[in-house]
Design a protein around this ligand. Structure first.
Ligand SMILES: CC(C)(COP(=O)([O-])OP(=O)([O-])OC[C@H]1O[C@@H](n2cnc3c(N)ncnc32)[C@H](O)[C@@H]1OP(=O)([O-])[O-])[C@@H](O)C(=O)NCCC(=O)NCCSC(=O)C[C@@](C)(O)CC(=O)[O-]
Length: 309
């Protein structure tokens, strides 16, 4: 794995957007896979601390089946108890109408639907085909439109699948196109098991950009093989300006064997700051929050960045 310094040296002098929006995944993608139950109070404190770090978006929980993901069973309580600040969005995952209705009941103003570019992953994750998943999203889109709720869309396995192996970028393009057509305001492209490379990132984005405008695309990279930052920088060089990340690199997908956490927020913020890119995030507060949550749940902090760098 390359050090942050080596990555910064490699990418120095290249052209990136001047501002990159970072969407925090820690409370949802980060915690959903924790084996021992994280208390509602810890989740609430975690999100409240994150709200002080400068984010405009923090994904806070998911309204999925508690049998499928027990860690998110306290979704309603978490959403109700967190402090909500003006200017920060607190999206939640909703796989179907039942999840959407529960999210709205809790007070959600932004939701995210999620599917995949791999049939097998989609079946294992949400128990339906890709086509069926889109059909399930249609009534969500309709109701969200009536309720003035924004809907984000996720495509998983954009660089490869734990069950099917390679995924054709044309398949990613098709799914991203459908999510765009049904009205998702933004589409997050998930390298669910972190097997992307800069070359794969370029090939995948070239395809997706045939259908979806650049400003609607986000990159959601897991860091399983330590390549997430390079893949993200490759996407940013192509003009993408939205990145999903998880503080302390918390997480992993319960339906993607071998997947580790999202790329660490602190690492992305540090590297971008060294490359002259603004994120609006406070690195010191991020580091304090990362250390706090890792101590609270007994996990190691997998970020490479340490304030002493
Ligand atoms: C999608 C379902 C629900 C389909 O599951 P299903 O079994 O097909 O659903 P169903 O409609 O047949 O219902 C079965 C049971 O689930 C209940 N149910 C049904 N829907 C809900 C709901 N919304 N909330 C609460 N309960 C629900 C329903 O009421 C029923 O309860 P029972 O009668 O057996 O007691 C299930 O497969 C599920 O919950 N999956 C969760 C998948 C998940 O959360 N995965 C992790 C997040 S995705 C991810 O991490 C990837 C991402 C986004 O980060 C991007 C990337 O990295 O690639």
């Amino acid at each position: 794995m390359r050090s942050l310094r080596e990555i910064i040296t490699q990418y120095r002098g290249r052209r990136f957007p001047s501002f990159v929006t970072i969407k925090e995944m820690g409370p949802r993608d980060g915690l959903q896979n924790e084996k021992s139950v994280v208390s509602t109070d810890t989740k609430v404190q975690f999100i409240n601390r994150l709200s002080q770090c400068g984010y405009k978006s923090i994904e806070v929980t998911s309204f999925v089946s508690p049998k499928a993901v027990p860690q998110m069973a306290d979704n309603y309580q978490v959403f109700q108890q967190i402090q909500k600040f003006e200017g920060i969005s607190y999206p939640v995952l909703t796989p179907n109408m039942k999840g959407y209705d529960a999210a709205i009941q809790a007070g959600a103003k932004e939701v995210a639907v999620f599917t995949g570019a791999s049939e097998t992953f989609c079946q294992k994750n949400i128990n339906c085909s890709i086509e069926e998943s889109i059909r399930r999203f249609l009534p969500i889109m309709e109701k969200a439109n009536d309720n003035n709720v924004q809907v984000r869309g996720y495509v998983s396995c954009v660089m490869g699948c734990p069950f099917e192996g390679d995924i054709d970028p044309a398949a990613v393009r098709q799914v991203a196109k459908r999510l765009n057509e049904i009205g998702c305001y933004e589409i997050s492209l998930g390298d669910t098991i972190g097997i992307g490379t800069p070359e794969k990132t370029i090939a995948m984005l070239h395809e997706v950009l045939q259908e979806v405008p650049l400003e609607k695309l986000a990159l959601h990279c897991h860091n399983t093989y330590g390549r997430a930052i390079q893949n993200i920088l490759t996407g940013l060089e192509m003009g993408v300006s939205i990145v999903d990340s998880s503080i302390a690199s918390l997480g992993g997908c319960p339906y993607a064997p071998g997947a580790t956490g999202n790329v660490s927020t602190e690492d992305v913020v540090y590297v971008l700051s060294q490359l002259g890119v603004e994120t609006g995030l406070d690195l010191q507060k991020l580091e304090e929050t990362a250390n706090w949550i890792c101590a609270a749940i007994g996990r190691e902090n997998r970020s490479l960045y340490r304030g002493s760098e």
